[in-house]
Write a protein that binds this ligand. Structure first.
Ligand code: IMP
Ligand code: MG
Length: 187
C-alpha cells in the first residue's frame, strides 16, 4: 500500500503527557491490584504505554487481552460484535479496567462491558484513548477519555487502516484516503 501523506493530530509528546495524566486519574479510583483488559487489536500500543504509567502511579495491574471484531460494510458498522480471542483468566470479583482505542458507535465497548459484568467482575471501568462524539448508537460512556477526536478516520498508535499503520508513534489523519480501503474486520 502506498504511504499516504499524514496530518498529525496527536504527536508522541501529547500521547506521553496524556497517558501520565490518565494513569493518575485511574490510580485515584481503582483498586491497586486491578485487572486491565485490553481490547485487541487497536488498543495494544495504548495499553502498553498506559500500564507502564499506571505502574509509575503506584498500581499493580494484571493484564489480559480480549480480541473483538465488529464487522463493517465500508465504514458503517453492522452492529455485530464477535469474540475472536477471549480472556484467559476469571474476571469474577475483579476491579476491571477495560481499555479500547476509539469509542465510536459504542457497540464494542458496550458488548465488552456487559460480557465482563455478566461474568461477575466487581466493577467494570472503561478507558478509551479517543472518543468520537455524536457517533453513539448505543448508550455507553467511557470513565476515562484520552482525547476527543474529530469525526474523521484516524490511524497510527495501534490503529489501522486495512491492517497497516499501527506502528506509527503518533495519531494522524490521512490527507487523501481515497486509496485506503478499510478491511471488513475493524478491530
Ligand atoms: P464502535 O465504538 O463499536 O463503533 O467501534 C469502535 C472501533 O472501531 C474502535 O475500537 C476501532 O477499532 C474502530 N475505529 C473506529 N474509528 C476508527 C478510526 O478512525 N480509525 C481506526 N479504527 C477506528
Ligand atoms: Mg478496536
Amino acid at each position: 500500500m502506498a504511504i499516504p501523506k499524514i496530518k498529525i493530530l496527536f504527536n508522541t509528546e501529547d500521547l506521553v503527557k496524556r497517558n501520565k495524566e490518565l494513569a493518575h486519574e485511574i490510580a485515584k479510583v481503582a483498586d491497586k491490584r486491578l485487572l486491565v483488559i485490553s481490547v485487541l487489536k487497536g488498543s495494544f500500543v495504548f495499553t502498553a504505554d498506559l500500564i507502564r504509567e499506571m505502574s509509575q502511579a503506584g498500581l499493580t495491574p494484571r493484564v489480559e487481552f480480549l480480541h473483538l471484531s465488529s464487522y463493517h460494510e465500508g465504514k458503517t458498522s453492522s452492529g455485530q460484535v464477535d469474540i475472536i480471542h477471549d480472556v484467559q483468566t476469571s474476571v469474577s470479583g475483579w476491579d476491571v479496567l477495560l481499555i479500547d482505542d476509539i469509542l465510536e458507535s459504542g457497540r464494542t465497548l458496550a458488548f465488552a462491558k456487559d460480557l465482563l459484568s455478566a461474568r461477575g467482575a466487581k466493577r467494570v471501568m472503561t478507558c478509551v484513548l479517543l472518543e468520537k462524539p455524536h457517533k453513539r448508537a448505543v448508550n455507553v460512556n467511557a470513565d476515562f477519555v484520552g482525547f476527543s477526536c474529530p469525526d474523521v478516520f484516524v490511524l497510527g498508535y495501534g490503529m489501522d487502516v486495512a491492517h497497516s499503520f499501527r506502528e506509527l508513534p503518533y495519531i494522524g489523519i490521512p490527507e487523501d484516503n481515497t486509496n485506503l480501503v478499510q478491511a471488513g474486520e475493524n478491530a
